[in-house]
Ligand binder design. Structure first.
Ligand code: 13P
Length: 337
């Protein structure tokens, strides 16, 4: 695959019903996921699990990009092929998480600032050599008493803009991820407010750092009530409020928006995305960049056992297909049976 500019790479990743597989869990997060199925998080088990996903028939047609963690971009399959080549063979592009996680923001106990800018240029240059075509940086915004503060939003969004500029300088598309966490008892209106402030600030900074928006992908949360909220929102409400929020903040020239699942169930993530695409009326591709919502069933089918490999690959292929359909607004509940 040859690309002449960043905008072609970005458009390829979210072309015609394709989305992104987020498989960039850090080793501690991977351990958390493996603990739920009582599998030890060794380097080989992590490799076997990811090799299983990347060689599933669910990759081609449905997945345009895979986000990797530092360890994975350097790994080889059991037979000695690099995982990067395995992904390319399926028709998807390899990408890499480049942020270094969260530190307290200004000594706060609840607000955080994402780290990783110091040696980012050197690391990006190495990742480009290793075959990465795009990158990801995740900022985390919490909702609670008196938060998010505008200062914390702005500091995180400025870091995202600095990161995006460096990624583009190294020839890779930046995925900019301002995740407003679902955790908490807040209302859908509170989520709307925090999401809208974050995305607005983000595009202001991207503009002031002269980031090429046509070579960028936005990875936001959907607008939902908090996970401990008493409030219930219908599929239509989530879809309508999310679209409204994006239309007010996202420039038309952005090629794609690829949502995170953020703790929604597999079905909710698919259903919400599908409804948004059924409603339509926006210029960008609206697709997925799911971690848990693409992997949960596969992980549960796998259980770390070789004999479960093909069942796990089928489970992943099913979710990938369902989300492809959702990104085209062509999903329906009866397809889940
Ligand atoms: P989830 O879809 O599990 O939220 O993961 C997406 C991701 O990459 C978070 O950074």
């Amino acid at each position: 695959m040859k690309f002449s500019n960043l905008s072609e790479i970005a458009s390829y990743i979210v072309a015609d019903g394709k989305g992104i597989l987020a498989a960039d869990e850090s080793n501690p997060t991977c351990k958390k996921r493996f603990d739920t199925i009582s599998v030890e998080s060794t380097e080989t088990n992590r490799r076997d699990y990811r090799e299983l996903l990347f060689s599933s028939k669910g990759m081609s047609e449905n997945i345009g990009g895979v986000i990797l963690f530092d360890e994975t971009i350097r790994q080889k399959t059991e037979l000695g092929q690099s995982l990067v080549d395995l992904i390319l063979e399926s028709g998807a592009l390899p990408g890499i998480k480049v942020d270094k996680g969260l530190n307290p923001f200004n000594g706060s106990e609840v607000e955080t600032l994402t780290q990783g800018l110091d040696d980012l240029d050197e690391r990006c240059s190495e990742y480009a050599e290793l075959g990465a075509k795009f990158t990801k940086w995740r900022a985390v915004i919490n909702i609670g008493d008196e938060i998010p503060s505008q200062e914390c939003i702005d500091a995180n969004m400025e870091a995202l803009a600095k990161y995006a500029k460096i990624a583009q300088k190294n020839g890779m598309v930046p995925i900019v991820e301002p995740e407003v966490l679902i955790n908490g008892s807040h209302s859908i209106e509170d989520c709307y407010d925090a999401t809208s402030r974050s995305i607005k600030s983000l595009f202001d900074y991207l503009k002031s750092y002269d980031v090429d928006i046509t070579g960028t992908i936005l990875k936001p949360n959907m607008v939902t009530p908090g996970s401990e909220s008493e409030q219930r929102a219908s599929v239509e409400e989530v879809a309508e409020m999310t679209i409204k929020c994006l239309k007010e903040t996202v420039p038309n020239e952005l090629p794609g928006v690829a949502f995170l699942s953020g703790g929604q169930t597999e079905i909710e993530s698919t259903q919400h995305l599908d409804m948004m695409n059924k409603i339509g009326g926006f210029s960008w591709k609206l697709s997925f960049s799911y971690g848990r919502a693409l992997q949960q069933s596969a992980l549960n089918a796998w259980l770390g056992k070789l004999e479960n490999k093909s069942a796990a690959q089928d489970a992943f292929a099913h979710r990938a297909k369902m989300n492809k359909l959702a990104s085209l607004g062509s999903w329906s509940a009866d397809l889940e049976k």
